[in-house]
Write a protein that binds this ligand. Structure first.
Ligand code: ZN
Length: 247
């Protein structure tokens, strides 16, 4: 299963459910947190910024988290990998686009918001941990720029955080259930740029396979489900995906 030659698995494949991870966004300049050059690999302390218990307990962690959001929010643009999945949708072959990414680049590329399930949330919204009030990231970052290093909820004074799933936080059960249905109902489950190491999302791949789907994995490094896959492709995503979809 070296997958170097186009296997033709996508030619005519209908009802494709796609799961994307950090690997599809690295070409857009967004760091892969866990990869060899990942943010957390280089600075393990940075993981505290996205761990709920540290975030809630320590105002200094929150101040650093807002600066990180400010610095990573800039100028990310979708790349050829995102565009290829828009093509897949336009060809009528996309059942659902599940993503572990919080960058919103699938929607920015033109994927229909109703087909995109953001399993780990989005950095483009901010949520109050106390009352659940939701505002935009742009609004919160404007407050940071105006001199509030750790802006509080306007409604209740509670702690604000990006509307992403931090370590120690559960996934939205409704979103996860829709993802499970999309995995069970697809003919092909295509995992792209994900190490399939974070549960419960990684479990969607074997779930789809058990339900009868072909499992295709496009990732630079091995995943725990490579042996289960019908095809494994190791090429760079921005090269492999366009070729596979147009094959
Ligand atoms: Zn609040």
């Amino acid at each position: 299963m070296d997958g170097v030659t186009p296997p033709g698995w996508l030619t005519g494949a209908r009802r494709v459910t796609v799961l994307t991870g950090a690997g599809i966004s690295t070409d857009s300049g967004i760091p892969d947190y866990r990869g060899p050059d990942g943010l957390w690999t280089r600075d393990p302390d940075a993981e505290k910024l996205v761990t709920l218990s540290y975030y809630v307990a320590d105002p200094d962690i929150r101040r650093r988290a807002w600066l990180m959001r400010r610095d990573t929010a800039r100028d990310a643009r979708p790349n050829a990998g995102h565009a290829t999945l828009v093509d897949l949708e336009r060809q009528g072959r996309l059942r659902a686009l599940l993503t572990q990414n919080v960058d919103g680049l699938h929607q920015a590329a033109g994927s229909s918001p109703e087909l995109v399930l953001e399993l780990h949330g989005t950095v483009h919204a901010v949520e109050c941990l106390a009352c659940g009030d939701r505002t935009t990231m742009a609004e919160a970052l404007a407050r940071v720029a105006a001199g509030e290093p750790d802006p509080a909820c306007h409604v209740c004074g509670g702690i604000l955080k990006s509307a992403t799933v931090s370590f120690g936080q559960a996934l939205d059960p409704a979103v996860l259930e829709r993802a499970r249905v999309a995995a069970v109902e697809c003919a092909t489950f295509l995992a792209v740029g994900t190490s399939l190491s974070v549960q419960p999302v990684a479990g969607l791949a074997p779930l789809a396979k058990r339900a009868g789907a072909r499992l295709v994995i496009v990732n630079a490094s091995p995943t725990p489900y490579d042996d289960l896959a019908d095809e494994v492709v190791r090429e760079p995503i921005a090269e492999a995906l366009p070729r596979l979809v147009s094959a």
